[in-house]
Design a protein around this ligand. Sequence first.
Ligand SMILES: Cc1cc2nc3c(=O)[nH]c(=O)nc-3n(C[C@H](O)[C@H](O)[C@H](O)COP(=O)(O)O)c2cc1C
Length: 221
Amino acid sequence: MTVTEAIVSRHSVRKYLDKPIAEAEREQLDALTAACNAEGDLHIQMIYDDSECFPSLLAHYGMFRNAKNYIALVGKSSMPDLRGVCGYYGQRLVLAAQRMGLNTCWIGGSYKKKKTGAEIGPDEELVCIIAIGYGETQGSPRRSKPFEKLCNVPENEMPKWFRHGMMAAQLAPTAMNQQKFMITMSGDTATVTATKKNAMAEIDRGIVRCQFEAASGHTCL
Ligand SMILES: Cc1cc2nc3c(=O)[nH]c(=O)nc-3n(C[C@H](O)[C@H](O)[C@H](O)COP(=O)(O)O)c2cc1C
């Protein structure tokens, strides 16, 4: 599966099969996590076989079913734009997971923060988590805002790379599917700005940057 195929086929999945993540896939995920941590100066952790922090004790009822693994996005509290950086590297892991046949769902609010098994140093914070596992289904497509609501470049003036980036930005997960961002173009570079000022919008901005770059091959600030 190419990265573009992963971007198109990824949807949030909240119900998982009762099937542990295979050893070979754990090794790949752990190696990718280590690479993201080295590049982004983060402390992201893959937590396997631990459902404590999910909404229901049995992980059977409610929105999530059989959610037993997650990616804990942890970093230094003092890092400028910690949420944006976690969004960026978190989405890199989401796309890699999708390519490996796994499914995911970003979780900003509906989990028990105090019950996560993540190691969080005194100078660190847990930004949010991403559920990961083999989905019961592949999830479903949802509505996206049109290009004109998400960028300031008229569609007939868009270079090919920018159009590819915009298609990926439209498909990027955002908290409550709010898509509160605006993308501008300057020469060979795109810039994403959050149009709403809150913690989730900062994470969303990082996620959108990651998808835009992956699909366009151009830097997205
Ligand atoms: C930062 C962030 C936080 C989210 N928090 C939650 C959450 O707490 N609970 C939940 O069920 N989904 C959560 N989502 C998933 C979004 O609802 C979902 O990504 C959005 O509706 C778009 O759907 P899609 O991911 O299938 O494209 C979150 C997504 C993001 C990006």
